[in-house]
Design a protein around this ligand. Structure first.
Ligand code: DGL
Length: 282
């Protein structure tokens, strides 16, 4: 077993979009070992039922807990929105047994929704906040709940953008078609005169320049990947499990399928070469 600090951070997503979170973690926490799981065989989750998303999330949690991670990061907004409790319930690991009683230890779980909600509240002046995400995320109302927990006076305007995930996977970050679709999706939130827009999906940070262009310079775009890296850094520091020096970290990427163009798309998300990629089935 590794020492507390050198155990890896486990990051998971429905596919390779969560690599945007890994990228931010690598920049913010350059000595941390990272184990990533992307469910590339079953992506997208954003249009699936709550039951299915929960079942998949449970399998991935189990996989990463067995890898002895010190922290679980749910990079996928859709899983965070509908399966957070399932993940937390499964992140208790038995550490000892006293008589007939098992002593369990909770592996901390961080998820992107809470992270982004906190940054959105910190940034907004008008308290009018827009949220965009997959249909499952938007229908769950999880973002509105997280924002209202922090500030009950905030007004939240949500919009599902189901076509953004395939457009990003296609690499159409500044394509004319993406622009037209984005203009259509964003019309209702622009009309609400929001000053902050939460990019509530792993894929959307790659559309940041295009979305900023449409929303105008006065609107803050909240990138859940960056928000997550800051909050993770804080947590491991407080819990004294941060790995602050040492040899170059180990990154392992587990996927459930290696789709066509996996390497190129993955590297776009990650912003660097994908190192060790391993195929696993859950
Ligand atoms: N990872 C998902 C999210 O952040 C987007 C891709 C999917 O639909 O599975 O919501």
């Amino acid at each position: 077993m590794n020492s507390e600090t050198t155990r890896a951070i486990g990051v998971f997503d429905s596919g390779i979009g969560g690599l945007t979170v890994v990228r931010s973690l690598m920049e913010r926490l350059p000595f941390e070992n990272i184990i990533y799981f992307g469910d590339t065989a079953r992506v997208p989750y954003g249009i699936k039922s709550v039951e299915t998303i929960n079942r998949y999330a449970a399998q991935i949690t189990d996989f990463l807990i067995k890898k002895d991670v010190k922290l679980l990061i749910v990079a996928c907004n859709t899983m965070a929105a509908v399966a957070h409790q399932t993940i937390v319930d499964l992140s208790n690991v038995p550490v000892a047994a006293v008589a007939t009683q098992k002593i369990v230890k909770q592996v901390p779980v961080l998820e992107v929704i809470d992270a982004s909600a906190r940054i959105a509240i910190k940034n907004t002046k008008s308290k009018s906040i827009g949220v965009i995400g997959t249909p499952a995320t938007i229908n769950s109302n999880a973002y509105a709940r997280a924002i209202h927990l922090l500030d009950k006076d905030a007004k939240v305007f949500s919009q599902a953008c189901p076509l953004f995930v395939p457009l990003v996977e296609e690499g159409w970050f500044d394509h004319q078609a993406t622009k037209l679709i984005a203009q259509e999706y964003l019309k209702p939130v622009i009309a609400e005169k929001i000053d902050t827009l939460v990019l509530g999906c792993t894929h959307y940070p790659l559309l940041k320049p295009l979305l900023q262009d449409i929303m105008g310079k006065g609107v803050n775009l909240i990138d859940s990947a960056e928000a997550m890296a800051d909050i993770a850094a804080d947590l491991i520091d407080k819990q004294k499990i941060a790995n602050k020096t040492g040899p170059p970290p180990n990154y392992v990427f587990y996927v459930s399928d290696v789709p066509y163009r996996f390497q190129t798309i993955g590297e776009r998300f990650l912003g660097r070469t994908l190192g060790r990629v391993e195929l696993v089935s859950l």
